[in-house]
Design a protein around this ligand. Structure first.
Ligand code: SF4
Ligand code: SF4
Length: 245
């Protein structure tokens, strides 16, 4: 379920073609999933609309008894005319996540799970829990469209470079698609350029879409790295203050 915080934020971003916000229907959907006992948390998009309100967003989810959270910055992928006006900078996203980390730590409630933060904490403590953004294996995440076509992760635009086949093809044909092999090789090259980074053990080159100028870039963007490193350093320093590492 995608829910971008309280109604006043969510309805500005996630609306129907008529302009009507979808908040009420999303909350109704969550009720249905809860009744069926299959509600498994939300993804909250962070954009220019809501990034300045981490406390309000965090408290809203707690008040709604939504305790499994994933935050993700809104990406510009070229499908939609007005998306770029919603995209925030790497520094703004890092500020938001650091504020959420502090709120989560201050709450001290193990039932509240924030996927990104728990991955980073687990990896700093020597565990191996990873989000896709810290796996360095974006070639293993695909999108299946309604016509059965299979493309790379939907963070990327639907382009020929990332067309891997169709659900009507034999799996072996899809798996051996040259474009998947090319993507895997590109990811390996990117990892090579990251290995000297102190945070490689967490980051592994981060998101193949967010961290690079374009699909064939090998070097990550400085601005993204600077903020990723700030984020990892902040969490690591806090954890060190508990004498856990
Ligand atoms: S912070 Fe930047 S340089 Fe370091 S591992 Fe991540 S993407 Fe690579
Ligand atoms: S491109 Fe980004 S969102 Fe997509 S699988 Fe890779 S890390 Fe995850």
């Amino acid at each position: 379920m995608s829910l971008d915080g309280p109604k006043e934020f969510h309805d500005q971003v996630r609306c129907y073609s008529t302009g009507k916000g979808s908040y009420d229907e999303v909350m109704g959907g969550i009720d249905l999933l809860r009744q069926a006992e299959i509600f498994n948390g939300i993804i909250c998009g962070i954009s220019t609309i809501n990034h300045g309100f981490p406390k309000e967003i965090f408290n809203f989810f707690l008040a709604e008894n939504i305790k499994k959270l994933k935050f993700a910055k809104v990406k510009s992928i070229g499908h939609c005319d007005n998306v770029s006006s919603l995209v925030i900078s790497p520094a703004q996203y890092t500020d938001f996540m650091i504020a959420i980390f502090d709120l989560w730590l201050g709450l001290d409630d193990p039932k509240v799970e924030i996927r990104d933060i728990q991955s980073v904490v687990s990896l700093i403590l020597g565990g191996n829990k990873r989000e896709c953004i810290y796996m360095g294996q974006c070639d293993q995440f695909v999108t299946i469209y309604s016509d059965g076509s299979i493309y790379g992760c939907d963070s990327f635009p639907k382009t020929d470079d990332l067309y891997f086949g169709s659900i009507f093809d034999e799996p072996i044909v899809v798996r051996s698609n040259l474009r998947i092999k090319n993507l895997r090789e590109l990811l390996e090259k990117r990892k090579e350029s990251c290995r000297a980074c102190n945070w490689y053990f967490i980051c592994k080159g981060e998101c193949a879409k967010d961290c690079y100028e374009q699909l064939d870039s090998v070097e990550p963007l400085n601005e993204v790295c600077k903020n990723l490193q700030r984020y990892f350093e902040y969490i690591s320093t806090k954890i060190r203050s508990y004498d856990l590492i």
